[in-house]
Every structure is written in structure tokens, then in C-alpha cells.
Design a protein around this ligand. Structure first.
Ligand code: HEC
Ligand code: HEC
Length: 752
């Protein structure tokens, strides 16, 4: 859902609040026309003399320009740029800005004339599918664009605004960028580092193990604009938190539980990267999928480090959550979803956003070793420094003199201006970047749901009749968030060892029929059809994340612990906490229904192989289980709660299909407590195949198929639609069918 301004793009002229300010006097150490230090991709950008700031507003399809003079920041204008701009860059001299329109598939070029107070879109350069990150070389001559869905990087000449190269095979889901700066004046021999968002399997391991996957970063040379290497960011063997058992090793918790089992975590969700000296730093959401589950042994807040002299893992990975766990002050807020960081230019320190916990925190790095440490609050050494931001901070920039940091907040659509010259650092202003939905509208309901989904803290409105905000609703000490496993509502592609067995996170863009304007048709939830309402995921808040939850007693505040209300297939009508004037679960549900965008496939629908694959799909009658607009046959065909006769082992039995994918001897086919799963022999809910291309090398409920070819090697599965007759015995046919599977997205005509 996008709020749209009425101004037409081709004629978009900046509605400036008066004439833009003249550039501020440059600081002494600045070289004209050149950025000071390495560059990186962010949703906000400064000019080299830092007098102009551009902020991307993905939900408003716009970029907002601000003037900056020290901590004096003023909003100048908002320019409509195209659909869902996530990345923005400004030329060092501020004459042009670029915005990566993720849905539009273009990079908008905005010409800025500050003397005349005008900014307008002069071009939209077609790039790959879902462009996301933008970074300029230090002197601004070349712009690098990550095309997240076509796995490529586009290089644009910023003088002519012409694409000079598309670097193919830049890794899976290339996302964040950082470019070195050797300060020799030209941009001829720099290295571009590109994060790959989702980690990939480590050979010989199986997901569910805490070391099953590794992060990947692609290195590109600006001399050749070719890939020069791929860096593997290894799992962290000891994440610093202890579990009560080890599910994969079949060791159940003792009674009473003893928290003595070390847990590891692997890097995942590599959104952003920053360079300092000879090291590059990648904040990321670590996954610790092995059971038993508990709030502090699921997702972690990792910082991985690359040695840029060897282009290898510098073996300095830390779990930033640990510093919070070790703080003696008991008021703590974990550093959940460290989405982005920005280094100071004159000191070995960086500011990192915790997107879920709404804080900016600080790390110090050792320039000789790459070792990093989370910094304490100088005014209170018993705790970690936590500078409050707006809602869901996703990007940060620091001025070249290290005097000001500016944070872009995605959900509150504002920026936080922070004075870095005081200790502790101090918030001096919050400015709205783009308009919020009008209260009482459907867009507002979706927006409240987006806030709930992305936050780890759940400090909402004061309880009726009081002035104290209700705290800790979504997790314990800000540890967990729905978005920690479902980034942007999608899937982290991790196989979590859950109470019912190994479960790959299900992307929620598949939950409702996207072609139905009322989005009434819903599938049964989870691989075992064990849930039928979004409200059932109250269990995730309480059990997985340790939060108070959103289901309350009649007083509207007190947690409802009535057991029946927490039995997933039991109750339909529960009393919800009211957040910003709307019932909390209704809001989350609205977000899931309307606010999650399925990834766009880069495949060309008219490609003959895609069309031939579609014919093979129908010939094999795959649509009997994967048909319809949701690409799954599963349907919620009753008003909850269900008739008891349909339930077996907590599953709606008639929604399951057994296609030979349950193998009790698989290493990860185990419950969180180390037992053999009860569910599985009856089959699973057919997965949705919508945008399946976006979730690599991890297929089926337990991730045991590492390619679509593996999935189709299973004869009983591929012939399940044709009564056991195998019409796909030819490997060439299966390869053609896979081309179709990779092309399925929201624009593909459903097969009834
Ligand atoms: C620790 C990771 C994790 C967290 C945190 C998490 N989920 Fe999930 N989610 C999963 C996994 C794994 C599955 C698949 C479970 C299964 O198949 O049994 C899933 C499935 C779902 C589904 C079912 C989708 C479908 O189509 O079947 C919904 C709805 C959902 N999650 C909502 C939420 C909400 C809302 C939150 C926050 C309150 C949340 N999740 C937090 C991992 C997580
Ligand atoms: C009888 C029902 C049925 C038929 C027919 C069927 N499938 Fe499936 N499919 C399933 C089930 C159930 C799963 C989930 C299995 C699991 O999670 O272990 C699944 C999973 C998949 C997955 C993995 C998706 C993911 O996200 O991991 C793919 C791909 C797939 N099917 C493709 C196909 C294709 C292609 C055909 C036709 C050749 C087909 N299926 C026919 C029931 C079916």
C-alpha cells in the first residue's frame, strides 16, 4: 500500500519552502568534489560538504531533501521519484541525487539546483529487478546499484547517466554496498563490497544446526567492474547464550532445566556494510535455529568482519547482544535487527541502528585487528549507550567532522538528528520526512500493524486512565520481533527447530489471495495446518520472544493467561490490546493481508522455456496441490474454531498432503526438545510456490532439498498429481519446469 502524492512525476517540481540554502562553508579537511572516507549504501545520503541531505521514503514513493548546517536541519522539499525507493545517493557536489526504485526497477535521477530552489526527476534509468542499494565511488563518477532479484550490479556513469556495465552473477540477493577510498584522487582501483542478504548452506551441514549457513559478500573491482571474489562470513561457534539442551544432538532439557549448552549462530540478513581502515564490518541478524527454543537463543545481533587485505573473514565476529546481557544495569534493551551502521571519519567508532529496538548504539573498533566492542554509556557505565531514535531506524549517516549523526526511521517516516559533540551523544531534533497515513484509514491500520510487526519493544500508548506506557508487549527486553525472522514480512529462509519439528520460516506474502480485492481467502497456517488465525501467533510473542503479548483481559491491559485463548485451534474471539486506537492483532493481520509485497521474479514471462515449463506443470497436475492464486491448495474453509473431528495431533488433517518428504531419520527431523516429531507422517500443507525463486537452496519444511532439482528428484512428489504416473522422468523436462517455477510471482497467471 502506498500513499501517493498527486503530482505527476514528469512534471514534478520541488515544492520548496522558499529558496534552498546556499552550501555551508566546507570543513577544513574536506577535499572539494570528493567524499571523505569510504562510501556505503543507505536510505539517506549527504553531500561531501554535508549541507544537503536526501532521505528515501519507500512507503511514500518519494525522496525528501533537507538542508544541513551543523545540527540545524531544515526540510526543503519532497520529490516523487517512483515506486518504493529504498536507496538514495547524492553526488559529492549535490547537483544530482539518485533513488533506487525497488518496485519500479529504475534509478531515478533528480537534478537539484539549489540556487533556483528546484529539484526534479530528469530521468529514470532502467536497471535490473528490484534495485535496492546505491553507492557512489569517492569522487562520485560511478554509481553502483544492487539488483536484488536479478543477482546483478549495475554500474552507471554519473556524468552521462548511462549504464556502462551490468555485472552478472554478483551473488544471491545483492543488497548493501560499500566502496573503499584510497584517497589517491581517482576511482580507478577501489573495491566494491556487496552483501548478499540471505546466507547460504555450508556444504555437509543441515539447516537447524547453528553453523548450517554462512554469509556471503561479493568483491568487485572498480578497475574492471568485474567480480574479483566472494568472501564467506563464518558462523560464530559460541554466541554467548546457553540453551537447556541440544535438539539436533537429541539431548532434551533436564527437569528442572539447566542452561549449560553453548549455542552458536550463523550470519543472516546482511543488509548493510561499512568500511574502516583495512576492515569491512557487516552487522547482521544471526540465526541460532537449534532447539530448545527460548527468547535468547533464537535470533542474535551479529557483527561480522572482513579483512580487506586478504578478502577473507577476519575471525572477529561478535554477538552484540552479549554486551547488553553483561551490563549490570537491569534496564536493558537488546540490539535487535542491527540493520545498518556508519563510521566516524576521524575516530575508530561507528553508530549502529537497532531497527527493532528503536535505538542507535556505538561500537569501537581496533584498527589493527578489526576487533569490535559495544560501547558503554559514558554517563552511566552500568549500561550500554543507547540513543533513542524514531520508530524502526534503518539507516544512519555521520558528517565528515563527526559532529552530527542523522538516522532515517522507516516506520515513523522521520529523521533523528543527533549531536555527537556531547558525551553522551544527544538527540537535538526529530523532523518528519514524509506524511503518515491519516488516522482511522485502512492505510493507518496497516501502518500500525507494520509498526507492531517490526518492533521488539512494544511500548505503546499508556493504559486507559494512566500515563505510563505499556511495556514489553512484543518481547522480553526488546529481544525479538516478527521481522527478526520475517524481514519485510518475508522469510529469513532459516529452518528453525520448533516444538513440532524443523520448520522453514514461511514468507507471509503467501497467506492471503492477492488477486482477491477483499483478501478474504486465507490458507491454513504453518506447515502442519496447526494454526488458523494470525492471533495464534501470540504464542510466538510469548513463548519465542518472551513478550507480554497483545491478548488481554476485559480491562484492556492485563495479560490474558486463560489457557484456551492460547490453544491455536481453539478460539476465534480474543480481547486485544488497543494500540494507537486500533486493536493490535487486527492491525497485524491488515499488514499481513495488504502490506507485504511478494518479491518480483526477474524471469521473462514470454521466455519459451518458461512457457514450456508451465505446460509441464499442468501436465503433471502440480496445480492439484499448488494451484490457484496463492499457489497452494490449502484454504481456510471454515470460521474458526474448527470442528473437532477435523483435528488430528493438533493439525487440520484434510489440509495435509503426504508426498514422501517426511524422513524421520534426517538429522534435523527432531522437535525443539530433542524428540521425534509426532507430526509429519500425515504430510504437510502444500507450500505456496509464489515467488519461490527468492528463497535459495533451502526447500521443504526441513530444508533437506537444497535445490528445486532436489525437490523434483522425489518421484512420489512429482507424480502425486497424476495418480503415481511419472510424467517428469526426463531430467531435461524437469529443468524446463524449474524455469517456470523460478518465474512465478504476483504477475503470473494463476493455474486454477
Ligand atoms: C524465531 C523465528 C520467528 C519469529 C520471531 C516469528 N516467526 Fe512466524 N514463522 C516462523 C517459522 C519457522 C514459521 C513456519 C512454522 C511452521 O511451519 O510450523 C512461521 C510461520 C508464520 C506464519 C504462518 C504463515 C503461513 O502461511 O503458514 C505466520 C502467520 C507467522 N509466522 C507470523 C508471525 C508473527 C506475527 C510473528 C511475530 C509475533 C512471528 N511470526 C515471529 C518463524 C518465526
Ligand atoms: C499431492 C499434493 C502435491 C502435488 C501434486 C505436488 N506437490 Fe509440491 N508440495 C506438496 C507438499 C505437501 C509440499 C511440502 C512438503 C514439505 O514441506 O515437506 C510441497 C512442496 C513443494 C515445493 C517446495 C516449496 C518450498 O518452499 O520449499 C516445491 C518446489 C514443489 N512442491 C513443487 C511441486 C511441483 C513442481 C509439482 C508438480 C510436479 C508438485 N509440487 C506437486 C504437495 C504436492
Amino acid at each position: 500500500m502506498h500513499a501517493r502524492s498527486s503530482a505527476s512525476l514528469s512534471t514534478a517540481v520541488m515544492v520548496a519552502t522558499g529558496i534552498l540554502l546556499a552550501p555551508a562553508a566546507p570543513t577544513a579537511h574536506l577535499v572539494d568534489g570528493r567524499f571523505f572516507g569510504p562510501t556505503s549504501s543507505q536510505p539517506l545520503a549527504l553531500t561531501a560538504n554535508e549541507s544537503l541531505l536526501a532521505v528515501a521514503n519507500p512507503d511514500n514513493d518519494s525522496v525528501t531533501l533537507f538542508s544541513v548546517a551543523g545540527t540545524e536541519v531544515k526540510r526543503l522539499a519532497e520529490v516523487e521519484v517512483g515506486r518504493e525507493p529504498n536507496g538514495v545517493a547524492l553526488l559529492p557536489d549535490g547537483t544530482k541525487a539518485y533513488a533506487a526504485n525497488t518496485v519500479g526497477g529504475t534509478v531515478a535521477v533528480i537534478r537539484i539546483n539549489r540556487d533556483r530552489g528546484v529539484a526534479r526527476v530528469i530521468d529514470r534509468i532502467r536497471v535490473g529487478t528490484e534495485p535496492y542499494g546505491l553507492a557512489l565511488t569517492p569522487n562520485g563518477t560511478k554509481l553502483y546499484v544492487t539488483n536484488t532479484r536479478s543477482n546483478s550490479v549495475t554500474v552507471i556513469d554519473t556524468q552521462t547517466d548511462v549504464v556502462i556495465r551490468t555485472i552478472q552473477n554478483a551473488g544471491f540477493e545483492p543488497r548493501g554496498l560499500a566502496i573503499t577510498n584510497d584517497d589517491d584522487g581517482d576511482d580507478a582501483d577501489e573495491t566494491v563490497y556487496v552483501t548478499q542478504f540471505l546466507s547460504l548452506p555450508v556444504p555437509g551441514k543441515i539447516d537447524g544446526q547453528d553453523d548450517a549457513k554462512a554469509g556471503k559478500v561479493t568483491a568487485i573491482s572498480t578497475a574492471t567492474d568485474a567480480v574479483i571474489g566472494e568472501i564467506t562470513l563464518n558462523p560464530l561457534a559460541d554466541a554467548g547464550f546457553r540453551a537447556a539442551g541440544d535438539a539436533i544432538a537429541r539431548i532434551p532439557p533436564a527437569t528442572p532445566p539447566a542452561f549449560t549448552f553453548p549455542t552458536g549462530a550463523y550470519p543472516n540478513q546482511l543488509n548493510n556494510i561499512g568500511i574502516k581502515g583495512k576492515y569491512a564490518f557487516v552487522p547482521n541478524v544471526g540465526a541460532s535455529p537449534n532447539g530448545p527454543i527460548r527468547f535468547d537463543v533464537n535470533t542474535q545481533s551479529l557483527l561480522s568482519v572482513i579483512d580487506t587485505t586478504t578478502n577473507a573473514d577476519a575471525q572477529q565476529t561478535i554477538n552484540m547482544h552479549r554486551a547488553v546481557a553483561q551490563q549490570t544495569n537491569t534496564t536493558r534493551r537488546f540490539l535487535t535487527i542491527p540493520w545498518a551502521l556508519a563510521f566516524k571519519h576521524l575516530a575508530n567508532e561507528a553508530y549502529v541502528v537497532s531497527a527493532a529496538s528503536n535505538v542507535l548504539f556505538k561500537i569501537a573498533v581496533n584498527p589493527a585487528t578489526g576487533a569490535a566492542a559495544v560501547q558503554p554509556d559514558p554517563s552511566d557505565p552500568t549500561r550500554v549507550l543507547q540513543i533513542p531514535t524514531g520508530k524502526n531506524p534503518r539507516g544512519v549517516v555521520v558528517t565528515s567532522g563527526d559532529t552530527v549523526a542523522i538516522v532515517a526511521n522507516y516506520v515513523s517516516r522521520d529523521i533523528t538528528v543527533i549531536d555527537l559533540t556531547t558525551q553522551p551523544e544527544r538527540v537535538v531534533a526529530t523532523l518528519q520526512s514524509a506524511a503518515l497515513p491519516a488516522p482511522g484509514t485502512v492505510a493507518d491500520l496497516i501502518h500500525v500493524g507494520k509498526e507492531l510487526y517490526n518492533t521488539s519493544i512494544g511500548e505503546f500508548d499508556p493504559a486507559p486512565g494512566t500515563t505510563t506506557p505499556i511495556r514489553g508487549r512484543m518481547s522480553a527486553n526488546g529481544w525479538g520481533a516478527c521481522a527478526a525472522c520475517h524481514p519485510n514480512g518475508l522469510s529469513d529462509n532459516v529452518v528453525w527447530i520448533f516444538p513440532s519439528g524443523p520448520k522453514k520460516t514461511i514468507s507471509q506474502h503467501t497467506d492471503f489471495d492477492l488477486t482477491d480485492p477483499t483478501r478474504k481467502r486465507m490458507r491454513l497456517l504453518n506447515h502442519n495446518a496447526e494454526r488458523d488465525e494470525q492471533e495464534d501467533f501470540e504464542l510466538n510473542i510469548r513463548a519465542v520472544s518472551g513478550g507480554q503479548g497483545l491478548i488481554v483481559q476485559a480491562d484492556g491491559i492485563t495479560q490474558d493467561t486463560t489457557v484456551v485463548n492460547l490453544v491455536p485451534l481453539a478460539s476465534a474471539h480474543r480481547n486485544q490490546l488497543t494500540v494507537h486506537g486500533v486493536p493490535a492483532w487486527d492491525a497485524i493481520k491488515a499488514y499481513i493481508q495488504y502490506g507485504i509485497r511478494p518479491p518480483i521474479s526477474p524471469a521473462i514471462k514470454s521466455d519459451p522455456r518458461v512457457q514450456a515449463g508451465r505446460l509441464l506443470f499442468t501436465a503433471a497436475n502440480c496445480q492439484s496441490c499448488h494451484g490457484g492464486p496463492q499457489w497452494t491448495s490449502s484454504r481456510l474453509d471454515y470460521t474458526p474454531p474448527p470442528d473437532a473431528s477435523r483435528i488430528k495431533n493438533g493439525q487440520i488433517l484434510d489440509q495435509l498432503r503426504a508426498v514422501g518428504t517426511f524422513d524421520p531419520s534426517a538429522l534435523n527431523e527432531v522437535t525443539a526438545n530433542g524428540a521425534s516429531p509426532v507430526v509429519g507422517p500425515d504430510g504437510f500443507v502444500p507450500d505456496s510456490l509464489l515467488s519461490i525463486f527468492a528463497f535459495p537452496q533451502t526447500f521443504l519444511h526441513n530444508g533437506t532439498a537444497s535445490s528445486l532439482g532436489d525437490v523434483l528428484d522425489n518421484v512420489s512428489h512429482r507424480s502425486a498429481g497424476t495418480g503415481g504416473v511419472d510424467v517428469l522422468s526426463s531430467a531435461a523436462d524437469r529443468a524446463t519446469l524449474i524455469q517456470f517455477l523460478l518465474s512465478i510471482d504476483a504477475r503470473t497467471r494463476p493455474i486454477p
